[in-house]
Design a protein around this ligand. Structure first.
Ligand code: ZN
Ligand code: ZN
Length: 351
């Protein structure tokens, strides 16, 4: 009789364990993006302030002077004719190439994708007045390998560049454009139809890889009245061989720890390290290099690649400062300077 009782208890325990497992699976890993009463997206911590008028106005005046800022300290560029990347396209060497700013070409798990691709010279609604490009793209557009998909983090002009997206869609009608919720119409309005819109926590699959739309702490705006109508996000691409994370544009926030815990460790995390001055204005929406290192550690990244600096004149910090502070901050931690990657524009590295 005792044996039957023990057997019954064991069966019940096993049943309970499998039940809680399937319940956990059914529950989404991340909450959907929060919205205001008027339906506009916001951050879990609420709306960002972007500093007072007394900080913002002088900043905008200084930005007007970007025509005269020297490109002397811009990142160096290496010649990349794209031959290796075109030949590697269907093979398994995981590589990352810095095209400039937040644009990366990644080849992993037999797929090739771009993050926030821009080949334009001035990311702006009025290109004549926009911030100028200091360094030519690291790869000529025509030298690109076939692109399977594109990840877009948000609609700011330095990340969502319609001329480039148009060229990519024309070049290969099968290229899929993954965007956060609310960005699809902008692309479809341009005749780009192969678009998938995802909310935070939603995933898509592409040839054996899983594409995760994930939180970031930022905002969106392309016109005078469309503030936060379209969502912003970070992204992860995971498969059997590698786990890759792309932070987009973001301030430092607790989401990194959550993403690291649920989806980490990552083999490579691309984190923005520029556009952080003046702090009073940027603190909530852009990380400084020290915060980027902290984010990479929270994400449980084995290596962190510093991006979003030195390409466009967007903010007050000296051009050469972000990578120096990024390496130095990483060197001061258990993460170590060797784990903090800074590529030359056009450089390809295996990860
Ligand atoms: Zn942005
Ligand atoms: Zn940006």
């Amino acid at each position: 009789m005792r044996h039957y009782t023990i057997l019954l208890l064991l069966t019940l325990m096993i049943l309970q364990a499998s039940l809680s497992h399937s319940e956990a699976e059914a529950e989404a890993l991340f909450s959907a993006a929060p919205r205001d009463e008027d339906g506009r997206f916001t951050n879990p911590s609420g709306d960002l302030t972007h500093g007072t008028f007394s900080v913002r106005f002088p900043f905008i005046m200084r930005r007007m002077g970007t025509y005269f800022r020297s490109a002397e300290d811009a990142p160096s560029r290496v010649l990349n004719d794209g031959k290796f990347l075109r030949e590697n396209a269907r093979h398994s060497k995981p590589t990352v190439t810095w095209i400039g700013h937040a644009t990366l070409l990644v080849q992993v798990e037999h797929v090739t994708f771009l993050t926030d691709p821009t080949w334009s010279n001035r990311p702006s609604p009025v290109p004549v007045f926009g911030p100028k490009r200091f360094v030519e793209p690291g790869l000529a557009f025509d030298d690109l390998p076939e692109i399977d998909f594109v990840l877009i983090s948000h609609n700011h002009y330095d990340h969502l560049d319609l001329p480039t997206l148009n060229s990519l869609a024309k070049r290969n009608t099968e290229t899929v454009f993954f965007v956060p919720l609310g960005n699809g119409d902008l692309l479809r309005g341009e005749g780009i139809t192969n678009v998938q819109e995802l909310d935070w926590g939603q995933t898509a699959t592409f040839k054996g890889t899983t594409i995760h739309c994930l939180p970031s702490q930022h905002w969106s705006k392309r016109s005078l009245t469309d503030d936060r109508k379209a969502l912003w996000s970070s992204w992860a691409v995971t498969g059997d061989e590698r786990r890759f994370y792309f932070a987009g544009d973001t301030g430092y926030f607790p989401g990194f720890e959550e993403i690291g815990r649920k989806l980490g460790p990552f083999d490579l995390a691309a984190v923005p390290i520029g556009a952080y001055e003046p702090r009073a204005m940027m603190r909530e929406s852009h990380m400084n290099p020290e915060e980027a290192v902290r984010a990479a550690r929270d994400l449980r990244a084995k290596k962190a690649l510093g991006i979003h600096f030195g390409t466009f004149d967007l903010s007050d910090e000296p051009l050469a400062e972000p990578p120096l502070r990024f390496r130095s901050a990483a060197g001061d931690t258990a993460f170590g300077a060797v784990g903090a990657w800074v590529l030359r524009v056009g450089e390809t590295r295996e990860f």
